[in-house]
Design a protein around this ligand. Structure first.
Ligand code: NAP
Length: 188
């Protein structure tokens, strides 16, 4: 986020920081990345070598959306992601988290139930945007927050988290940004 807590503008991230992308990739590779529909649609393609889980209240409608289909139709350069939408709506459920690389999930509750049932060994990363951070930060153990030392105009903001998390360490520092690591505290 920027100094004024901005994380997005017009559906995009308002800065381009390749080193931050690199850090994000290193951290999340091999994991399960959970994101809102708007964040997913802002990506050039599903994140390779990670299980992409997209929250949407209308999974079947989204599956029929040409923009979504176009995004899913792009084969990733790296990784084993394949669109499985052609098999019909049954594929849009959330049954075996470890056996699919791309999921649409109707609610946080369904996602949590699937985690509880299948207990994947891999870490789950909540990767935005604002609505999803707001809903899921209370359930996270750790927060890796990239802070861009600028005031930026935007329409998506990182929620208040300071009462829930304690600063742990600086995970990465560059001339353009720093990544702060926080851990959930016991006060909430
Ligand atoms: N700076 C960063 O690191 C960063 C990271 C990620 C995103 N961003 C930015 O953040 C912005 C997007 O954030 P946003 O808050 O507008 O959108 P978002 O959180 O990415 O997605 C919102 C959508 O997620 C679905 N959703 C939300 N809560 C849900 C729930 N409880 N159950 C089921 N589905 C749910 C809904 O999809 P439906 O409408 O389909 O039902 C909703 O419209 C963009 O500008 C993006 O670039 C920035």
């Amino acid at each position: 986020m920027s100094l004024n807590r901005v994380i997005g503008v017009d559906g995009k991230i308002p800065w381009h920081l390749p080193e931050d992308f690199k850090w994000f990739k290193q951290l999340t590779i091999g994991g399960i990345v959970l994101m809102g529909r708007k964040t997913f649609l802002s990506l050039p393609k599903p994140l390779p070598n990670r299980t992409n889980v997209v929250l949407t209240r209308r999974p079947q409608m989204l599956a029929r959306d040409p923009a979504f289909q176009a995004l899913c139709g792009v084969k990733p350069v790296i990784g084993h992601w394949t669109a499985r939408l052609r098999r019909g709506p049954a594929q849009l459920g959330f049954e075996k988290i470890a056996q699919r690389e791309m999921w649409l999930v109707r609610s946080v509750e369904r996602f949590l139930a699937a985690l509880k049932k299948h207990r994947p060994q891999r870490e789950v990363f909540v990767i935005g945007g604002a609505q999803i951070y707001e809903r899921l930060l209370p359930l996270c153990t750790d927060l890796y927050l990239t802070v861009v030392p600028r005031i930026v105009e935007g329409d998506a903001f990182f929620p208040e988290f300071e009462h829930q998390f304690d600063f742990a360490d600086i995970a990465l520092k560059t001339a353009d940004f720093e990544v702060r690591h926080y851990r959930r505290n016991d006060h909430t």
